[in-house]
Design a binder for this molecule. Structure first.
Ligand code: ATP
Ligand code: MG
Ligand code: MG
Length: 580
């Protein structure tokens, strides 16, 4: 097991626990999730984190980093991590995404069910409480209804170098704002005509504190609350409230929210003063988001790739979505290992794609069963081996795990080998088949190449060789004949035909979406090559089965399209990093 590597968030948690920041069962009788109420408050000794996806798309490898971090911390500290759907943007959200996200969190090996509590929440469950909080803010003079248009608000917000200007409606009486807020909620005003804004400081150097909008009017149906609401909270207002209602102790988000933290703290402090929320209040911490080379991880760009047909859907094995990675052959263990190796930092960087692939190799090498496959086949005829005869060869299922036992497969006169394992005119240091040279057929005999047969265009259609009867692997004296090369093969009469999809990176450029580059200009035209190959007989190509194909890499039976009759195999990763 990989030892736990400390990080700045762990240091913060350790200090908080030492200083008793969460002591006192302060949440009983507060507004909040029914499950929390039923418990009579929250367990004060527990740290609480949350993973808060918006159900507007499929999870990708960047989300995995956040999931591993939040659920991982909760597990390590005996705390709890909440899965909370931040469903405050009804236009783009739906329950299909909700289900897909739940499935992927569990696939990664995490769970929001604990022995004594279940922590699945929806921001929409707090709409009523949030609304009540908003009324309290209005009554206390901390929020007002603005009648400026969205364009006017943008124009008066100011810039980094220029202060904003107060809205003419900023100092209207609280009762007036309250009455308008109720009309907004009751559907009496069209979209964009009114907004509820926090009253903070239009001169603040932090633009996020220049009277940010709390509620806007959107006459749209929500996938969970239907037509109950026509005002929806802004994310920056909803998020601290959701965290507080759930008793989150450490609200961990990506760096772009750093500038929002003062507003996060402002909202919670005002609501605590108004006795709507109680200490200990959640605190927000930021870490660097995951960026990978040779791929994009923004939901919008992933959607574009799918919609424009650059890939075959959300689960295309070339996409960094968790559905895509699973189909590509990634295991949850490999993704968790990758996230552990990334660590948690505050410095933005792009991680090389090969780090992800290496995590897969490191996970699969010790456990994946081995198999022989030939991807680009040419026939090898053993001219001195009797026709119609065959014999059994033995190979370890996994050389790292002798306890897994052996596999067996037949040797016969006609074999499939890789086209590249024969050269009529070999380059220097080529130790495989060429006329006059001997190689070992792995797990079989040493053979000496005697020539080849070509078609009219000069393509090699058969390679010929003679075997040396005393050299069979595993028999006494097998090593008496020394050879420099060993190649893999399958018996032509016994091998299983398979479609093999050789996936590669989706982009040819390491930073396809950096700066003002258009990522669509860098699509790798060879990101999927399809070949008709052969598998070792006995290969049990049940959908989702993963192997190491000897000498070739890690492969998986496609979980959607593969059948036992017609295996479809995806290359997950080459054996070594071959990308140059
Ligand atoms: P995208 O930017 O791809 O649209 P998002 O941040 O809008 O993603 P959310 O559903 O809001 O998607 O994300 C849920 C959680 O996952 C957030 O807490 C967010 O910080 C985290 N997250 C998203 N992308 C990454 C990433 N690349 N690295 C680390 N964490 C991420
Ligand atoms: Mg988001
Ligand atoms: Mg985003």
């Amino acid at each position: 097991e990989t030892p736990v590597v400390s990080n700045f968030i762990r240091t913060i948690i350790d200090n908080d626990l030492k200083n008793g920041r969460f002591e006192g069962k302060r949440w009983a009788g507060r507004p909040g999730p029914a499950s929390v109420q039923a418990q009579g408050g929250l367990d004060p000794a527990r740290i609480r984190t949350r993973f808060p996806p918006e159900p507007n798309g499929y999870l990708h490898i960047g989300h995995a980093k956040s999931i591993c971090l939040n659920f991982g911390l909760a597990n390590d500290y005996g705390g709890a991590c909440h899965l909370r759907f931040d469903d405050t943007n009804p236009e783009k959200e739906n329950t299909e995404y909700v289900d897909a996200i739940k499935e992927m969190v569990q696939w990664l090996g995490f769970d929001w069910h604990y022995s004594d509590e279940s922590n699945l929440y929806f921001a929409s469950d707090y709409f009523e409480t949030m609304y009540q909080f908003a009324e309290a803010l209005v009554m206390a003079g901390h929020a007002y209804v603005d009648e400026q248009t969205p364009e006017q608000m943008r124009a008066t917000r100011g810039t980094l170098t220029e202060k904003g200007q107060n809205s003419p409606w900023r100092d209207r009486p609280a009762e007036e704002s309250l009455a308008l807020l109720r009309e907004m909620r009751d559907g009496k005003h069209p979209d964009g005509s009114l907004a509820l804004r926090a009253k903070i400081d239009m001169g603040s150097p932090n633009i996020n504190l220049r009277d940010p909008v709390l509620y806007r009017i959107r006459h749209v149906e929500h996938h969970r609350t239907g037509k109950t609401w026509c005002i929806y909270p802004m994310y920056s207002w909803a998020h601290p409230v959701e965290d507080a209602l759930e008793g989150i102790t450490h609200s961990i988000c990506t760096l772009e929210f750093e500038d929002q933290r003062p507003f996060y703290d402002w909202i919670l402090a005002r609501l605590a003063e108004l006795d709507q929320l109680a200490e200990p209040l959640p605190r927000q911490y930021e870490f660097a988001r995951l960026n990978l080379t040779y791929i994009v991880t923004s939901k919008r760009k992933l959607l574009q790739l799918v919609q424009e047909g650059q890939v075959k859907g959300w689960d295309d094995p070339r996409l960094p979505t968790l559905f895509g990675l699973r189909r590509r052959g990634y295991t949850p263990e490999a993704i968790r290992l990758f996230c552990e190796r990334l660590g948690v930092s505050k410095a933005d960087s792009r991680i090389d794609y090969s780090v992800l692939e290496q995590a897969l190799r490191d996970d699969l090498d010790p456990k994946a069963p081995r198999l022989v496959a030939v991807l680009d086949p040419v026939k090898l005829v053993i001219t001195n081996y009797p026709e119609g005869q065959s014999e059994t060869c033995h190979a370890p299922i996994n050389p790292h795990r002798p306890e897994d036992g052996e596999r067996t497969f037949p040797f016969s006169r006609e074999l499939w080998i890789e086209r590249d394992d024969f050269r009529e005119d070999p380059p220097k240091k080529y130790f495989r088949l060429f006329p006059g040279n001997s190689v070992r057929l792995k797990y079989g005999y040493v053979v000496r190449c005697t020539g080849c047969v070509k078609d009219e265009q000069g393509n090699v259609i058969e390679v010929h060789a003679e075997y040396l009867p005393d050299t069979k692997s595993g028999t006494p004296g097998a090593d008496a004949v020394k050879v420099k090369g060993a190649i893999t093969w399958v018996s032509a009469a016994h091998a299983i035909p398979a479609e093999i999809r050789l996936y590669d990176r989706l982009f040819t450029d390491p930073t396809p979406d950096a700066g003002d580059k258009n990522f669509l200009d860098y699509i790798n035209p060879d990101s999927c090559k399809v070949t008709q190959g052969w598998l070792e007989p006995g290969a049990n190509a049940t959908p989702g089965a993963v192997w190491q194909f000897e000498r070739l890499g890690y492969f998986v039976a496609d979980r959607i399209e593969s059948t036992e009759e017609r295996p479809v195999i995806n290359r997950a990763a080459t054996l070594r990093d071959t990308w140059v």
